[in-house]
Design a protein around this ligand. Structure first.
Ligand code: K7E
Ligand code: CUA
Length: 655
């Protein structure tokens, strides 16, 4: 182990020397010679023009998803997913709070890793993007019409939901796999009883082709390894799913040493079609499991949270011939399948090589029982009988691979800080370029589908250091854009990202932009508390609850004066934005409210709660600069002492 580390360090320093040429930005704001001649032109999107691609970058510990344009690297939006977001009021407004409900109660944060765009016939289709929450296992579905989170489903029997959220060729399933093996069902047992008692659940979540609604169709209770990443079969291997594992040692302490003992871990190959058939014929066992399913309804602008009580589980031994292990060197991390579906690439993160397994060879080995024992009854295929070759790149710490449209693979190497381009099938290395610094994932638009677009590659780097003007100890992460249209890659741009992007999904802008919704139609607004015109605005007291039905239009609230509120009341402001023009939101904020503001889109209704604590006259105002008279968009609430007999009244302009 020690010599291994020395070897890494030696190579690392070489890589650093190699890597540091071309990084000649200096402190005088004078960048020199880093780039080819026309790099600036390649990334320049003139004012008023559009980017060619959308890129959806995961937010990591921000819990969200950010939307960028490529090649410009301009950030268009941050979409709140698993985290409360005061910019829009997501997770603070009464309508969206249910989105963050779980079986653990309200969980307003998560660690979001892997976005994946829905596919049709193995091609990204621009309907939805899915993303996993790692920490409190959840999968979210985001509409690419509204760019809002529409659904979140919690994953029971799972922990560190990492080998997620990847979709099959026709989005039949979005798949979620557990990183940590845990007792299933959860119970009070000694951690030292890990081996054999802990399980790794792999969840297959069906997606309704019309509505996108998710449902956990079944979970496979696998041996207690760590299921790190996954990828569906494509084309010829459609119907299979592949998961990398580490810790096949089943260690439960000091994993950095104890889970690195075996020379090879596994890629689990799962014939999900076979298991689906088994389940459709009544197979599997329903087990009690609590998990939340949260759904946002676009017509009511309101989310509901439902608690489910059982999940269908399948044990590997129940379905013969559906699950195999492919030995794969050195704690593989990324698991990637090439666009033809023939090759399954395991990126052994403690290895220098990439392992390519062949789907054809795998089927042959299964048919001819070329096995090398089993793990908990799951046949292990002979290594030689399933590998097709290895990419011997000389890089260190391979993590993730994506593909272009010309039969090339691109792999990131974390330790040697580079992207390596290689030929699928011959495994020869074609090119390598440094990244700044320590790259994790990479993304080529459509690069994990059957139809990649081989124009740009985005490297998402873990370490930023000197790439930008310093901002104190905490720096945003850095992404880098490469032009991959030629034989050699060319680094053409750097841009900062938000949170920690672990993966991204890209798609031609033309597949999304014309469907992008502009307003919500007021006529279609079915929110329980909608106020469709100013003359319907009102204030209603129900015990200590006071409901304010308020409208917003440029540039006033109706009503804007309210009296008769008392300390100890709970005031619900139900705000409806009456505008029906694109891009005219109004905001609402109330002094001392223990929530956030809310931003209400045209035709939408949102509710925020305020519990006044002090007697006085308290102002509220619009937070979004909506017109020349935005600053006039304000009002007052008079708060009287508990038990006061000031009558409830409200008005606009004294009426
Ligand atoms: Cu490599 Cu979550 Cu895909 Cu980070 S993971 S890099
Ligand atoms: Cu409405 Cu500012």
């Amino acid at each position: 182990m020690k010599t291994m580390y020395k070897f890494y360090l030696a190579l690392l320093s070489i890589a650093f020397v190699l890597g540091s040429c071309g990084n000649n930005g200096n402190g005088n704001g004078k960048k020199q010679g880093a780039l080819g001649t026309n790099a600036a032109e390649k990334v320049y999107v003139a004012p008023g023009e559009y980017d060619e691609y959308y890129a959806f970058l995961s937010g990591g510990y921000s819990g969200n998803l950010t939307v960028y344009g490529l090649p410009s690297g301009r950030m268009f939006k941050e979409i709140p997913v698993f985290s409360q977001f005061p910019t829009s009021g997501y997770g603070y407004s009464e309508e969206t709070k249910p989105m963050l409900e779980t079986s653990y109660g309200f969980v307003p944060w998560d660690d979001s890793h892997h976005p994946d765009i829905s596919q049709t016939n193995g091609e990204v289709d621009g309907r939805w993007v899915f993303i996993n929450g790692n920490n409190t296992p959840r999968i979210a579905r985001i509409s690419l019409k509204t760019f809002e989170t529409e659904e979140i489903i919690e994953i029971p029997n799972s922990a560190g939901n990492h080998s997620s959220s990847y979709v099959t060729d026709n989005t039949e399933y979005v798949v979620a796999g557990t990183r940590f093996a845990v007792p299933v069902p959860q119970r009070d047992i000694s951690i030292s009883e890990y081996k054999g008692n802990f399980k790794g659940a792999l969840s297959f979540i069906s997606v309704d082709p019309e509505t996108g609604h998710m449902n956990i169709k079944f979970q496979i209770l696998m041996p207690g390894f760590n299921y790190d990443l996954s990828h569906p079969g494509r084309g010829k291997s459609h119907g299979w799913f592949f998961f990398t594992t580490y810790n096949s040692e089943e260690a439960n302490s000091l994993l950095e040493v104890n889970a690195s003992q075996n020379d090879k871990d596994f890629i689990a190959a799962i014939n999900w079609k076979k298991i689906e058939e088994y389940v459709n014929n009544g197979g599997g066992t329903k087990m009690p499991a609590k998990y939340a399913h949260n759904l946002y309804d676009e017509s009511t602008h309101t989310a509901t949270s439902t608690m489910n009580n059982e999940v269908l589980v399948v044990k590997p031994e129940e379905v013969k011939g559906a699950i195999y292990y492919l030995p794969t060197p050195k704690s593989p991390h990324g698991c990637d399948v090439d666009p033809t579906g023939e090759y399954i690439i395991g990126n052994g993160k403690l290895s220098t090589e990439l392992t390519a397994h062949s789907f054809t060879k795998m089927l042959d080995a299964i048919e001819n029982k070329k096995f090398d024992g089993d793990a908990y009854g799951i046949p292990i295929i002979n290594f030689e009988d399933v590998t097709a070759g290895a990419v011997k790149s000389g890089g260190l710490g391979p993590l993730h691979t994506e593909f272009d449209d010309k039969g090339n693979g691109y792999t990131t190497f974390f330790i040697s800080s580079e992207v390596v381009k290689w030929k699928v099938g011959t495994w020869e290395v074609i090119d390598r370029k440094p990244t700044y610094y320590s790259v994790g994932h990479l993304m080529i638009p459509g690069g994990n589908s059957q139809k990649p677009a081989g124009k740009y590659l985005v490297a998402m780097n873990k370490i930023t250091k000197d790439r930008y003007l310093p901002t104190g100890p905490e720096l945003e992460h850095s992404a880098q854009l490469y032009d991959i249209s030629g034989e050699k890659m060319e680094l053409i741009y750097d841009f900062p990202t938000h949170g920690e992007p672990h993966y991204a999904a890209g798609i031609l802008a033309s597949k999304i932009k014309d469907n992008s919704q502009k307003i919500y139609r007021l006529d279609d607004n079915k929110n329980k508390y909608v106020t469709t015109s100013q003359d319907q605005a009102k204030v209603v007291r129900e015990g200590n609850d006071v409901h304010v039905y308020m409208t917003m239009i440029r540039s006033h609230f109706t009503p804007d004066n309210i009296e008769g509120i008392k300390v100890g009341d709970k005031v619900y402001f139900h705000l409806t934005n009456l505008e029906q023009d694109f891009d005219v939101p109004h905001g609402f904020s109330m002094i001392g409210a223990n929530t956030s503001e809310i931003l209400v889109m045209p035709g939408q209704t949102k509710t925020i709660i305020w519990e006044p604590k002090k007697v006085g006259v308290w102002p509220f105002y619009c937070t979004d600069f909506c017109s020349a008279l935005h600053q006039e968009m304000q009002g007052y609430v008079r708060v009287s002492p508990k038990g006061s007999n000031v009558k409830l009244s409200w008005s606009l302009d004294g009426e």
